[in-house]
Ligand binder design. Structure first.
Ligand code: MN
Length: 507
């Protein structure tokens, strides 16, 4: 399984290392273009050192390597090499665009625009988030480069003054990690958080390291015996195991969980502390493997979660079960196929390698009555991000912005379908009115009724994952109903309803 490796920052990375990684990744990338970008970066950063004392060029190289490991495309990797060039060097964006084309130019411009702000309290936080969302709405790859950039910065942060380290670490926990999570990039999110945790909360880290980590290590070792047993069970049942490994919970997410009142800082109450992850060939084998495991280890009631049939809003898919292992141990087992694993670790970044992901995902939903999918195109621009970006320009009040943003961006989303099978991504608890305004303002304004899965329903019905939604319009209707504001959830629908009603008022 590809993993973002724990990069050894003491080692000097070379262009050769990068080329090797590209070859191993199977990506179709022109090494001559990569070499040109490397040369320009080397020239531009010649003589520059980072605060750690290493040559500056190491930084874009590590950034590019991370992007290769995330299996992104050529323009992204080239832009990763060049991402710091326009700043403090004699080479500018015009030059980059001339040599590497507009796509690379635009990615580098996007990164440059994101760079200027630093985290300083709530105002700056909001400002940073706004910038991130605008960039993502333009091209989500900008934010992926920014994540790779920040990952290397965090790993090489040691020589900065502690306050500065803390500021950067807090920014990672408050902004970067939640966005990585929202984009489904579980591996990156965990890595960013674990690097930031000791720097952001040094006192709590000390407690965690001294009191929690030793017990945690014991649990990790216990799991290895169970892994052996599960492998044997599956082989006996003729399920081909592609990979089986223990997945220890990331430090920061464990720390956050321990702080929740129901756990009372007691490690023994956390069942998914160490999970066993089994990778098999396909979804059917996931169910088959679970059945085989249950004949040997009793499952805990109510702990089977089928995220294959019902994926999480960020597209996460797996089959989870929690079993009683020998000696009263309680262990979670996660079963998935390679594609689900790729999606779980890399999220949106996985889309660049698995273009058929959507097709596969929606093939399951297609089984719903009355549902006809026409496939699914993985967008570079994500509609929900675009919506946020447009909307945030209309809002001047920072606190209001943050409140709505948290609601819109970081809470769960549902996926519903148009009658022709297009996928629409809405916040949890969205109603047909939100859907209507999402499709088009006119559809919203002339909305007279709704059919959900072929049945007439009320306009304040809460939509569910997989619903097929058809809006009935009445062309004679000119204006929305003020009552809709009582249940419309999205910022977009609410602002459209308000602005249309305002125009309705006689002069
Ligand atoms: Mn950088």
């Amino acid at each position: 399984m590809p993993q973002i490796p724990s990069q050894d920052q003491r080692r000097e990375l070379t262009l050769d290392d990068l080329n090797k990684a590209i070859k191993n990744s199977g990506l179709k990338i022109d090494l001559a273009v990569v070499a040109q970008a490397y040369e320009l970066a080397a020239l531009a950063h010649r003589g520059q050192l980072r605060s750690s004392g290493e040559p500056f060029l190491q930084h874009p190289l590590w950034t590019a390597l991370t992007l290769v490991e995330m299996k992104l495309d050529q323009p992204t990797i080239v832009a990763g090499l060049l991402h710091d060039v326009p700043e403090d060097t004699t080479y500018n964006l015009v030059e980059i665009e001339k040599r590497f084309g507009t796509e690379v130019g635009q990615l580098v411009t996007g990164i440059t625009k994101l760079r200027k702000l630093h985290y300083q309290g709530v105002e700056r936080y909001a400002e940073n988030l706004r910038k991130m969302f605008i960039s993502m709405a333009t091209d989500v790859r900008v934010v992926l480069i920014k994540m790779a950039d920040r990952l290397h910065n965090l790993k090489t942060i040691g020589s900065l003054p502690p306050e500065k380290q803390q500021r950067i670490a807090l920014e990672v926990l408050d902004i970067y990690a939640p966005i990585a999570n929202r984009l489904g990039m579980g591996q990156l999110k965990g890595e960013l958080e674990d690097l930031a945790f000791p720097l952001a909360y040094p006192e709590d880290w000390k407690w965690f390291r001294q009191k929690i980590l030793p017990q945690y290590q014991v649990k990790v070792e216990e799991v290895n015996a169970v892994i052996k047993e599960i492998r044997k069970i599956l082989t006996n049942n003729k399920v081909k195991v592609l990979d089986i490994h223990g997945r220890a919970k990331h430090h920061y997410s464990l720390y956050r969980k321990l702080l929740q009142p129901q756990y009372g800082k007691n490690l023994n109450l956390i069942y998914d502390l160490v999970a066993i992850r089994v990778i098999v060939s396909n979804a059917d084998e996931c169910y088959q493997a679970m059945g085989a495991i249950h004949t040997r280890f009793t499952p805990l009631p109510g702990r089977i979660k089928d995220y294959i049939a019902q994926p999480k809003p960020n597209h996460y898919q797996s089959l989870h079960t929690t079993v009683f292992a020998d000696g009263g141990k309680i262990i979670e087992v996660q079963l998935r196929d390679s594609r689900m694993h790729q999606q779980a670790e890399y999220g949106i970044a996985a889309h660049w390698q698995y273009k058929e992901l959507g097709k596969h995902f929606f093939a399951r939903l297609k089984k719903l009555p009355g549902f006809h999918a026409h496939g699914y195109i993985v967008p570079r621009k994500l509609k929900w991000i675009e919506e946020l970006a447009t909307w945030q320009q209309e809002v001047s009040d920072t606190r209001q912005f943050l409140r709505r943003l948290k609601i819109d961006a970081f809470r769960d989303r549902i996926f519903v379908f148009t009658p022709t099978g297009d996928v629409i991504d809405l916040p949890d608890e969205a109603t047909p009115i939100d859907y209507a305004y999402y499709i088009h303002t006119d559809i919203g304004n002339t909305c007279a009724g709704v059919k959900i899965n072929g049945k007439m329903e009320a306009l304040d019905t809460k939509l569910k994952n997989g619903d097929v939604v058809e809006i009935i319009t009445d062309k004679s209707r000119k204006f929305p109903n003020r009552d809709w504001l009582r249940f419309a959830k999205t910022a977009q629908a609410r602002s459209k309803i308000r602005s249309t009603l305002r125009r309705q008022r006689p002069a």
